[in-house]
Write a protein of this length. Structure first.
Length: 509
């Protein structure tokens, strides 16, 4: 009964999010009314959003509760990462690029900017884990084989530290890669075929980069007589983060190309369109973009069905598919909201807030659907990995949509401050928000997520062992049926029944 009540409350919260959508249709009489409308939408939406999360994180369904925490963690991390990247990228555009419209120079600067974040990610994770610092110089301490209580506590602390900075810096690096390869794609915005090659270039380039850093890590680890605990956590955490970077960047430029193919217009580096283009999309174009996103997930499900070989490329492909679905959902929602509600003012602050609320409602509703799919007896354990990957992508989607709203708010505040330049004001505000949010996320949310991830991994291992055991038992049973029949073949006469323990020879006559 309590489960049904909690589920009903969650649905009511989602309906509240959708119920405030018509507020965007109100006509503002002057600036004061527009500001009041924006505050009203933010107030109602934020309260509904927070209460909905309370219901979701306290559901009795274990999987839904885990997914809810995954979404919250991904939302907060991507929100902080994008906000910080936009602030630093603003400094690069203001003080390095300036008013230089040379596209080749801008592309070079963006590529260097991406490489700086990527290199910083590698070095900082190596230092944070203790793999290349004085913390790891104690010989056999931190051995993978160690299993004492102190070593377990140390393992959890190192994992938490590495995971925290891996997620944040990985997302920042991912958006730096988006910025770089989207800028490359802008060179071919009039050529559909060449623009479609950029996602392949991005994947190949990032894969080779990941391969180089992987070989460097293996070289560092091979310098010791054994792989220490810190080196193991460093290698696994960095590889997972690199796969996330690939998924973010390759999926974004892929969806950029899809939007060009569907609408005929290439969005800018940040995925934004002009007012005319944004309001000119038809319902068939909206449905086509969303349908392609769903087709990506169906293709991944087929891959799982036929159990193709698992490798790092497959892991990256899963991330790309999940993020393609998330980007398609976000931009199709943007087209939908602008087409039906904000045709007159598609770039207003209220529109960004309503879009964030709408995307949040859709993502949370999808979590219920995905959980039902994962609970079906026909689905395999590998489907759970796909569902978890899509849930993470939905969390990134929610965080990105809310960051867009806050980015507009920060830009408006920065434009009113005249003591320091606007780009520096934006950086100060971004750092202030990150300083407030990141410690709370690390201390109270990320440990819970890591605990749930360990529980899910243990459950997956148990399912794999159970499946292997059943297959082995079936195989032994088949052999047991065949072997007595072969052994009971007499020299003459009838074949003895297979159920006989000792073969008997039936004499002729």
């Amino acid at each position: 009964c309590m489960q049904k009540c909690a589920g009903m409350r969650s649905r009511i919260a989602l309906l509240l999010l959708l119920a405030i959508m018509p507020l965007g249709e109100a006509h503002a009489d002057g600036m004061g009314s527009a500001v009041n409308l924006g505050i009203a939408v933010m107030l109602l939406g934020s309260i509904s959003f927070m209460m909905g999360l309370f219901y979701l994180t306290n559901l009795r369904d274990e999987d839904l509760r885990h997914y809810s925490w995954y979404v919250i963690s991904s939302t907060i991390s991507i929100f902080c990462a994008v906000l910080l990247f936009q602030a630093f990228n603003g400094l690069v555009e203001a003080y390095i690029l300036g008013h230089d419209d040379e596209e080749g120079f801008e592309l070079m600067v963006d590529m260097v900017h991406m490489m700086l974040w990527y290199t910083g990610l590698q070095l900082f994770l190596a230092y944070t884990s203790g793999a290349i610092s004085m913390l790891a110089a104690d010989g056999d301490e931190g051995s993978v084989a160690a299993s004492s209580e102190d070593d377990e506590k140390e393992r959890k602390e190192i994992t938490l530290q590495v995971k925290c900075w891996a997620v944040l810096l990985g997302h920042i690096t991912g958006f730096a890669a988006i910025n770089a390869f989207a800028q490359l794609q802008q060179q071919f915005k009039e050529n559909l075929c060449m623009a479609g090659i950029v996602p392949i270039i991005a994947w190949v380039g990032l894969f080779l980069l990941c391969r180089i850093t992987h070989d460097i890590r293996m070289g560092v680890i091979s310098m010791d007589s054994h792989e220490t605990l810190r080196e193991k956590i460093w290698n696994e955490g960095t590889e997972e983060t690199e796969n996330d970077v690939v998924g973010l960047a390759v999926a974004f430029v892929t969806v950029q190309w899809l939007r060009l193919a569907i609408s005929g217009d290439m969005p800018n580096v940040e995925g934004e369109e002009s007012t005319v283009d944004l309001t000119s999309h038809s319902t068939s174009q909206i449905a086509m973009l969303l349908g392609i996103g769903i087709a990506f997930t169906m293709f991944e499900a087929m891959r799982v069905k036929y159990r193709l070989h698992q490798s790092r490329i497959v892991s990256q492909f899963r991330n790309i598919v999940s993020m393609c679905f998330a980007w398609c959902l976000f931009f199709s929602s943007d087209w939908l909201v602008c087409h039906f509600i904000f045709a007159d003012n598609p770039k207003s602050m209220v529109k960004h807030v309503v879009l964030a609320l709408f995307v949040t409602a859709c993502a949370l509703a999808l979590i219920f659907v995905l959980d039902k799919i994962a609970d079906m007896p026909e689905t395999s354990g590998e489907i759970d990995h796909i569902v978890r990957s899509i849930v993470m992508a939905l969390g990134i989607l929610i965080g990105f949509s809310w960051e867009k709203s806050f980015d507009v708010a920060v830009a408006n505040i920065a434009s009113k401050v005249h003591a320091i330049p606007a780009v520096e004001t934006k950086l100060v505000l971004a750092l202030s928000l990150a300083t407030l949010v990141i410690p709370a996320w690390r201390m109270h949310i990320l440990p819970t997520v890591l605990k749930f991830e360990e529980e899910d991994e243990e459950k997956d291992e148990e399912e794999v062992e159970e499946t292997d055991g059943n297959e082995m038992a079936q195989s032994e049973g088949l052999q047991g049926v065949r072997e007595p029949a072969t052994a009971s073949m007499p020299l003459f006469g009838q074949v003895a029944p297979a159920s006989c323990a000792v073969p008997q020879v039936v004499k002729p006559g």
